[in-house]
Design a protein around this ligand. Structure first.
Ligand code: FAD
Length: 400
């Protein structure tokens, strides 16, 4: 325990915020080994420990909990998100009420501006965007709909991301907002990407400038890491951070594995590597109170190497005389962040999925194990549904 003195006479110091707990002992028996302390692994650990009284060991190769949602205070005392801005939004009351056991919330509606033609205009495109860019004088939803309809270039058979956008708003807006951004983000032209990538992006005829329209738009009051710490603060949950599954898979005595890491890695990449797009985050503190007007500003132009800049104080509500920002530089190398949505990659994933389905004693859950981009609320939903299925099996088989 923290503050105690070990047999070797070393005092266990308080680890850095959310980091460094190493509580498992080699010879202990566990009901579950959970690989990955992100939302998927942590929700399942909490449910299994509190509802089934299961003994759980969680490991993560990073030295902290919370997965990609990890936040910490930088050296200037400003809360920032190490793996890029994470904004919580959800429609499900069940998911929010589940997480509310571990955190209070602050209301936050995310707004994004796009830097185009030397202006910063709302994105998703709305009536204000059109009026600012084209001096269009559009007053009603109908005006804006007619304006967009006149620019749209109907595509008979919509297949790619380019088709989706050109069909909805025409080539000029496509080039301004989507083409460069997508090329930078994915390293591919929208014409080479599945239509699903841009199909999610709405165009509005009203003046709603919120990035999301979900029922719940909230941020954990003391940050994500604190929420995870409370979720995992249970005597039946041991944690071993800075521990790679590949190094300990034969050492740990657990009846069942819950695996939230990359599915191809679990099977030693036997069919080949599943392609991901990565990001390089450049975090910095600026010596003034505010840097930009909103939480995120997008930079769609290919003349600028980063895709967006986010400023955390908008998200967290923290008051501080200085401010912290993150620039995101897309890259082919690095941590796996976005599965590249192309049919051949999905086909490769299906081969791994079939292997996973026939692997007894292991449950694959989370974004890396299912090779799909999910928001945090969706992963919480996926983990809660996985727990419900485990619960049903336990009831049916009468296991204790
Ligand atoms: P993760 O959080 O990635 O957790 C998996 C964990 O497994 C990691 O900590 C990893 O270190 C660990 N692991 C992997 N392999 C091993 C191994 N071999 N041994 C031990 N541990 C291992 N969602 C939103 O809802 N809103 C947002 O605004 C948002 N913004 C995002 C911005 C970016 C840049 C990215 C990349 C994602 C964003 N997301 C957002 C998505 C969000 O990050 C995911 O939904 C969430 O992190 C998924 O949780 P998870 O547990 O599945 O995966």
């Amino acid at each position: 325990l923290l503050g105690e003195v070990t047999k070797e006479g070393q005092k266990i110091e308080r680890p850095a915020f959310g980091q460094g707990q190493y509580t498992h002992t080699k010879n202990k028996k566990y009901d579950y080994l959970i690989v990955g302390c992100g939302f998927a692994g942590s929700v399942l650990a909490e449910r299994l420990a509190t509802q089934h009284g299961a003994r759980v060991l969680m490991i993560d190769k990073r030295d902290h909990v919370a997965g990609n949602a990890y936040d910490e205070y930088d050296k200037n005392g400003i809360l920032y998100h190490k793996y890029g801005p994470h904004i919580f939004h959800a429609n499900s009351d069940e998911i929010v009420s589940y997480l509310s056991q571990f955190t209070q919330w602050r209301p936050y509606e995310h707004r994004v501006l796009a830097n185009v033609r030397d202006q910063q205009v709302p994105i998703p495109i709305n009536r204000t965007t059109l009026n600012m860019l084209f001096n269009a004088g559009l007053k009603t939803d109908e005006d804006a709909a007619a304006f967009l309809a006149a620019r749209a270039e109907p595509v008979a058979d919509i297949k790619t991301s380019e088709d989706v956008v050109v069909n909805a708003v025409g080539r000029e807006l496509y080039e301004l907002f989507f083409q460069g951004y997508t090329r930078k983000q994915w390293g591919l032209d929208p014409s080479e990407l599945d239509k699903l990538v841009t199909a999610r992006i709405p165009t509005r005829t009203n003046t709603d400038d919120r990035y999301f329209t979900d029922k719940h738009q909230i941020m954990p009051l003391e940050g994500y890491t604190r929420m995870f710490e409370r979720m995992l603060d249970h005597p039946l949950i041991d944690k071993s951070l800075g521990t790679d599954f590949r190094d300990v898979r034969n050492e740990i005595d657990a009846a069942h594995i819950i695996y939230t890491g990359p599915i191809d890695e679990y099977f030693d990449w036997r069919f080949g590597k599943l392609p991901y797009r990565s990001l390089r985050f450049v975090h910095s503190t600026i010596d003034k109170e505010w840097f930009q007007e909103v939480g995120t500003v997008n930079y769609p132009s290919t003349d600028i190497p980063y895709t967006r800049i986010s400023e955390y104080k908008h998200l967290t509500g923290q008051q501080h005389p200085r401010t912290s920002i993150t620039l995101e530089y897309p890259s082919a190398e690095g941590d796996p962040y976005y599965p590249i949505p192309r049919p051949e990659n999905q086909a490769l994933f299906k081969r791994y999925e079939a292997l996973a389905d026939s692997t007894a004693g292991v449950t694959f859950v989370g974004r890396l194990a299912t090779y799909r981009y999910y928001n945090m609320d969706q992963i919480v939903g996926q983990a809660l549904a996985t727990f419900r299925r485990m619960d049903e099996v336990r009831t049916r088989t009468g296991a204790s």
